[in-house]
Design a binder for this molecule. Structure first.
Ligand SMILES: Cc1cc2nc3c(=O)[nH]c(=O)nc-3n(C[C@H](O)[C@H](O)[C@H](O)COP(=O)(O)OP(=O)(O)OC[C@H]3O[C@@H](n4cnc5c(N)ncnc54)[C@H](O)[C@@H]3O)c2cc1C
Length: 424
């Protein structure tokens, strides 16, 4: 064995086997670290399982936008509306909601959009080396994305969002009436204007996509340990290892990528981050009678319909109810009705044997920006969570930034906007 091979590699434990953890682990391994993913469940069984699968650089528009507050009562009153709150959870989520509203000023939104723009730039292209290494090209499409409006008036009401996209380098073209319907024949003629975003991509199976990357990680020498991390052992600010429900794991560095469950772990490292969850739902119709050519976002209903290998997935909505409340499956079934409005070729109802329903926990920060940066108590631990609506799109870039931080090199992009300490 050469002297070089005898040098002990720095061991990095990546906490969480969702898209973020798997991307971080894969890129750290490629950089020459010894890497273990620590995950209590199967890989990609969390939020990364059932999302709409979009790799969208165009998602630079934060969730809290000027003027949103006036729309909230209408959204809450509409049973098919995009937003719901379990009232028992209101006292818990109230501080988060206040921060969310504060984040929605024009000045803040411009800053958030610029930070998201840098994180999401060429999202599909950044994935390519990982996807090719995993032999998973068949799971990835670069067909663009369509945002559908019912009228030009509705489109014009979104002018600020389109200015943000244009200012952040997002290309798009506006299609109206016949041109739109020719572009997307499945679309209802009630939608008269569409915006096509050619730079966006998607996966036809988010779970298989993440698992393919994870299999390549193991094939290339990475490890996966079935355990739930409970605490960090630090000595004089240096990481010694992780305490888990399956014993102690010695580690020189760690990455916290536990999605919506990262808050408690961050707290143990001195970072009180306002992470909560925006629960979302999906319904998949197998062998749909009608399906779009590319993912379509209904700008009114705020849901996405993505053609997947398992059928047509209609995914979206935001529900504030925390991590413990049971799913409200009516919200997933409502997506079916909304999907039928978008694509009238679909049926009014389906037997349960043709449907699958899912609920997942978006790990959401009130300013729509993820948390990427060193922990307060130890520079050996790097946070990588809070990606909200953009975790699939931001996975590869987050993995690169985390690798830079763990390696101690200057991150390729400024991570200041994502600082874990930005809330004080
Ligand atoms: C309906 C819906 C549609 C969406 N559509 C899109 C989309 O089109 N495009 C997009 O970019 N994003 C989308 N998202 C968001 C995206 O799914 C998330 O941002 C992303 O999956 C978050 O990934 P993650 O790895 O941080 O979390 P997760 O996938 O939830 O993974 C976290 C993992 O950490 C593990 N874990 C938790 N606690 C511990 C612990 N103590 N120790 C060890 N492991 C632990 C969990 O078991 C889990 O496997 C959507 C989300 C929803 C709900």
């Amino acid at each position: 064995m050469s002297d070089f091979a005898k040098v002990k590699k720095t061991h990095v434990a990546v906490i969480g086997g969702g898209i973020i953890g798997v991307c971080c682990a894969s890129l750290l391994l490629r950089e020459g670290f010894a890497v273990t993913i620590v995950e209590p469940d199967e890989i990609a069984n969390g939020s990364s399982f059932g999302n709409a699968g979009c790799f969208n650089p165009s998602s630079v528009v934060p969730m809290s936008m000027p003027g949103n507050l006036s729309k909230v009562p209408g959204w809450l009153l509409d049973p098919l509306g995009p937003l719901s709150i379990r009232w028992a959870y209101l006292p818990r989520i109230a501080p988060w909601l206040l921060r969310f509203l504060k984040a929605g000023s024009r000045v803040e939104v411009e800053k958030q959009a610029a930070a998201l723009g840098s994180l999401l730039r060429d999202s599909p292209g950044l994935y390519l080396p990982l996807v090719e290494n995993a032999g998973a090209r068949d799971l990835m499409r670069r067909d663009g994305h369509l945002m559908a409006y019912r009228s030009r008036l509705d489109f014009e009401a979104d002018a600020f969002a389109w200015q943000l996209r244009a200012r952040n380098g997002i290309e798009y073209s506006v299609l109206e009436n016949e041109a739109l319907w020719q572009h997307e024949p499945a679309l209802s003629r009630d939608y008269r204007l569409g915006v096509f975003l050619p730079g966006n991509g998607h996966t036809v199976n988010p779970q298989s996509f993440v698992r393919a990357l994870a299999s390549a990680f193991v094939r290339d020498g990475g490890h996966v340990r079935r355990a739930q991390v409970q605490d960090f052992d630090l000595v004089d600010g240096r990481l010694v290892g992780l305490r888990t429900d399956n014993g102690f794991l010695a580690a020189d560095r760690a990455v916290v990528a536990a999605g919506a469950r990262s808050r408690q772990l961050a707290l143990k490292l001195g970072d009180a981050v306002p992470l909560d969850t925006e629960r979302g739902y999906h319904v998949v119709i197998s062998n749909p009678e009608s399906s779009p050519r590319q993912p379509v976002l209904d700008t009114f209903g705020k849901f996405v319909a993505t053609p997947m290998e398992t059928g047509l997935r209609i995914a979206g909505t935001v529900e504030f109810a925390g991590l413990d409340a049971a799913p409200d499956w009516r919200r997933a079934r409502n997506l079916l009705k909304l999907g039928q409005r978008l694509f009238p070729g679909l049926k009014d109802s389906y037997p349960d044997s043709r449907l699958s329903l899912w609920m997942g926990f978006r790990p959401s920060m009130p300013d729509s920006l993820p948390v990427i940066g060193h922990s307060r108590r130890s520079r050996d631990v790097v946070h990588a969570f809070g990606h909200g609506h953009i975790g699939m799109a931001a996975g590869a870039c987050t993995g690169h930034l985390v690798t830079d931080l763990i390696a101690g090199t200057t991150p390729r992009l400024s991570v200041e906007a994502f600082s874990p300490q930005r809330f004080g």
